[in-house]
Each structure stands twice: as C-alpha cells, then as structure tokens.
Design a protein around this ligand. Sequence first.
Ligand code: NAD
Length: 256
Amino acid sequence: QLRLGSALALVTGAGSGIGRAVSVRLAREGAAVAACDLDQAAARETVGLLGGPGSEKGAPGGNHTAFQADVSETTSARRLLEQVQACFSRPPSVVVSCAGITRDEFLLRMSEDDWDKVIAVNLKGIFLVTQAAAQALVSSGCHGSIINISSIIAKVGNIGQTNYAASKAGVVGLTQSAARELGRYGIRCNSVLPGFITTPMTQKIPQKVKDKVNGIIPMGHFGNPEDVANVVAFLASEDSGYITGASVEVSGGLFM
Ligand code: NAD
C-alpha cells in the first residue's frame, strides 16, 4: 500500500545527500515530487532517479519535476512555491526542507559573513519555505505535513559550528511555533535531527575523527541518508497523523 498515494511533495536540497534520499523514498511511497535545489543539474539528476506512480507519463498529479531556487532569497523562495503550484495545479501537501550548508570556524575566528550565510540558508531559508508553503495550504484549505531538517547539533553544539548549531536550534523553535499556529488548519510541522550521516556534507571529516565519533555512537557507525528518509516518510504520512511539534532524532543514539 502506497502511503503517499495522492500527495505532492516539495523537497529542497533535493540534489544531494539526505534531500535526494528523501525524494527517492517519497516517490516510492507514491508522491509526485517537486525536487528543488540551488544546483539545477543536481535536482534534475535526482528526478532521473525517481520511480513510483509519479514517474509515469500522465500520472495523476503530474510527473516528478526539478526546480531551481535559492531558499535563502525571499523572491526565489516565494517564486518556488508559485512555480510548484502552477506546475501541479495545487500546493504541495508535503514539504521537506533539506537545503543546508556548513561554514565551520572557531568562534574566536568566525567571520560575520560565515555567520550570516549559514543563518540565511539554514534558518531564514526554512522560514521562507515554511511560510510560503503554509500560506499556500491555508489559502486553498488543504491539510499538510511540513518537515524541517535540523540536526542533533541543535541540542548539544559542536566545536567550530556556532553558526550551524544556532541555525539548527532555530529550526526547532521555528517548527514548534509553526506547529502551534498551524494545527488548527490541519497542518503538522515536525523537525528531524539527524546525527552523523554519510553524505557529501560529512565527506570532508577526516577518517581519524570518524573513527572517534563511531566509538561514541551506540549503533557504532554513521547513518545513511535512507535512515533519515525513512523517518521523513513516516512524518509525511498519516501514520504520524497525531504528531506535530516533535523533534525526532535519527542519530544512532548519539546523545540521550
Ligand atoms: P548535502 O551537502 O549533501 O546537500 C545539501 C543540498 O542543499 C545540496 O544539494 C545543495 O546544493 C543544497 N543547497 C545548499 N544551499 C542551498 C540554497 N540556498 N537553496 C537551495 N538548495 C541549497 O548535505 P546533506 O548532508 O544531505 O544535508 C541535508 C540537510 O541535513 C542539511 O540541512 C544538513 O544541515 C542536515 N544534516 C546533515 C547531517 C549529516 O551528517 N550529513 C547531519 C545533521 C543534519
């Protein structure tokens, strides 16, 4: 049974890592996927990987489609929602914000630009997409599930990541507040807090450090993007119909 049979899912950061795995998983559950990334070629590549009913020509709800947008830019983020609605003739009922960046530096040396850029993409980007998606859903009377990718770093901080940790803690607060405001419209908002996941973002971590981290993860290893995508699929579906404002950790038990 397809859990997302009639859903249209918008995924940002869909061109890589977690966003790509989420796109693949939601398509397998039956959703038509609007795959958005800053990198248009990468978004198109993801669409090429998608199966499910949405990949069939003339499928109800349309075929999977790639979109280019910079979620940190107000006009770009708002245009994205307009374009998705125009393309599929309805707002997305599932919205997964995976777009994110790191610009690591010790606090004592962090530039204002490194701070601003990470906050702009990771926090303001999620505000803009969540707001535009919620406005589209409320004005058309549709229910929905909004899932924002935070990080376990939101809870515990990390050396060299004051900007990233602040952005990810902000995502949790934003999502909880949105959940309180939007519940009455049938819109659920949850955040997912991945631990260490094997993606291009974590590729540059030296093997020595990875070995050390693996030593403190109860499961003993990094997670896969699919481990996160499985939880996102649950939060997107009616199986989680009474869950809102939650922060779900997918970290192999890294912090308890
Ligand atoms: P990734 O670098 O593989 O993918 C991120 C994608 O976001 C890229 O395709 C990139 O082009 C896109 N992107 C960047 N800036 C954008 C913008 N302004 N507008 C639109 N798209 C933009 O990273 P990932 O590991 O897949 O991370 C996905 C999300 O998960 C991020 O929010 C990240 O912070 C979070 N996360 C990752 C891990 C991990 O261990 N990999 C852990 C916790 C949280």
